[in-house]
Design a protein around this ligand. Structure first.
Ligand SMILES: Cc1cc2nc3c(=O)[nH]c(=O)nc-3n(C[C@H](O)[C@H](O)[C@H](O)COP(=O)(O)OP(=O)(O)OC[C@H]3O[C@@H](n4cnc5c(N)ncnc54)[C@H](O)[C@@H]3O)c2cc1C
Length: 465
């Protein structure tokens, strides 16, 4: 069979892309090296009849109606708002750290005073990154910030990443803010819900399409070869002219020729307990490793629709150094954000390798862009929106995407038109008209138009501002 596209990976990105292409009438081959679909969101009913998330608890939360509408084709939902408690000074207090956490940890008078100081400085219902709080000029706020940093961030970060908090990119510690609020939900997104029958069931329905041919237990390297000299791809030894969508690790794809990128791994110790184990799905342990060598404990039945009452399954989470050949820590869960790893990533995507131009266009719906590490998807909506096709005609009406072999450019859809339609002004006007998609994700804002604009500028396809 001649496939229009080969997709490597059956996680969020791979499954959504496969389904979108199949809906457009394409024949798609999906290669997945694991023996299951769903990527890191894979779940299954375990021996306690608990829906266990094999790779750690996954909570669906987004502000994107488009993401919810798309997924709702494949699943029903039930409402679920995630709450996390942290073990601080022998107490379980809300995380992110908020006004209730202050009340639980300080004497009443002091707590009232500190809460007022924070509200006066930042206003009610504000999120403040811990690093910003620590730079405040008010010594009382700085003192509180240092307390929070010491008790909530310092050891957790060291355990989670194997680095000190100062060595990590502020974008990482900044992700868990301090909340000037009594709202103890972990996420503030408009949509917070879970697929009724779990993620795997949702992905099964998504991939269940006559145009999708799924092969589990197949590492792409056994079927696909890339010839950097000829810039050609081979499928089962035959030159393959179709589209390849690769959702695995970029250093793996390129044979680690510039060295390995840094990843952090995890191991989960699974235990069965009677009844209920803890008050919420996840309890964090931001304590020194000597006290608790793990970072968090998750109780999966707390995030199920009909939890079985008798037994419960808990997962105790231990961060690990990633070692692709190791017996433990061999799953690359998180990219590590340090300056050095960021630089190596840049080297991979900037063309220093023979393999990757950084951008490739298949058609007006499909542009493969190797995205800056800062934009790597932390959450589904990012993954979803990165690969959900947005026709260029939506972003820039009257235009189409073309590829000159060295990168993409945007041309007039009508080849006979006298003047080029695509200009920086057009992009700006469309922004003003609100045509750009602007999903938010925990402080990260992903702007498709801006991303396209930035990449085109870097490739000299748009004048510098
Ligand atoms: C511990 C943890 C908790 C998280 N919690 C949340 C959460 O609560 N909410 C949320 O929104 N997001 C969460 N995320 C993020 C979420 O998991 C990712 O955004 C999402 O999984 C990204 O999907 P993906 O398809 O890019 O990658 P993946 O899910 O990793 O899927 C990639 C797939 O490609 C396969 N693959 C790779 N290389 C090859 C190859 N060479 N050949 C064949 N197959 C290959 C892999 O086996 C994998 O199945 C969490 C992540 C982690 C690690």
């Amino acid at each position: 069979m001649m496939y229009d596209a080969v997709i490597v990976g059956a996680g969020y990105c791979g499954a959504v892309t496969a389904r979108c292409l199949a809906d457009y009438g394409k024949q798609v081959l999906v290669l997945e090296k694991r023996d299951h679909i769903g990527g890191n969101a894979y779940d299954y009913l375990d021996e306690n009849q608990v829906l266990r998330h094999e790779y750690g608890p996954h909570i669906f939360h987004t502000d994107s109606k488009q993401a919810v509408d798309f997924l709702s084709r494949f699943t029903d939902w039930f409402p679920y708002e995630h709450r996390v408690l942290g073990y601080l000074e022998g107490k379980l207090v809300p995380i992110p750290f908020n006004l209730t956490s202050i009340e639980m940890l300080f004497q009443r008078e002091k707590a009232d005073h500190l809460k007022q100081v924070l509200i006066d400085a930042y206003g009610m219902d504000q999120k403040v990154p811990i690093l910003e709080l620590r730079k405040n000029e008010d010594p009382e706020i700085r003192e509180l910030a240092d307390y929070i940093f010491e008790h909530v961030f310092k050891y957790y970060t060291m355990k989670q990443w194997g680095y000190t908090a100062e060595e990590i990119d502020p974008a990482v510690t900044g992700r868990v803010p301090v909340l000037v609020s009594y709202d103890d939900r972990y996420f503030r997104n408009r949509y917070q819900q879970m697929p009724k029958k779990g993620y795997t069931a949702m992905f099964q329905r998504m991939l269940n399409h006559p145009g999708i041919h799924l092969e589990l237990g197949t590492d792409s390297s056994s079927r696909l070869q890339v010839d950097p000299a000829q810039k050609k791809v081979f499928l089962d030894g035959q030159e393959y002219p179709g589209t390849v969508v690769y959702t695995g690790l970029v250093d793996d794809l390129l044979g680690c020729q510039l060295g390995e990128l840094s990843y952090r791994s995890l191991e989960f110790e699974i235990e069965t307990e009677d009844g209920d184990y803890q008050p919420v799905t996840t309890v964090n342990y931001p304590t020194p490793a000597k006290q608790h060598p793990y970072t968090r404990i998750s109780e999966y039945k707390k995030m199920m629709l009909h939890p079985p009452v008798e037994k419960t399954t808990i997962a105790i989470e231990y961060p690990y150094a990633y070692d692709r050949h190791g017996k433990k820590g061999n799953v690359p869960y998180y990219p590590v954000f340090t300056k050095a790893s960021h630089q190596r990533y840049q080297d991979y995507v900037s063309g220093k390798t023979a393999y990757l131009a950084g951008i490739h266009v298949s058609d007006e719906n499909t542009i493969a862009i190797t995205i800056d590490a800062a934009y790597l998807p932390f959450f589904y909506e990012m993954a979803l929106l990165d690969c959900y096709p947005v026709p260029i005609r939506v972003i820039a009406p009257g235009c189409r995407v073309a590829d000159d072999g060295n990168g993409i450019y945007i041309a007039n859809a009508d080849a006979n038109a006298a003047a080029p339609l695509f200009t920086a002004d057009l992009l700006r006007r469309n922004k003003e008209l609100g045509r750009e998609k602007k999903p938010h994700c925990d402080g990260l804002v992903f702007e498709c138009v801006s991303l396209v604009e930035r990449i085109l500028r870097e490739h000299g396809k748009l004048p510098a501002e």
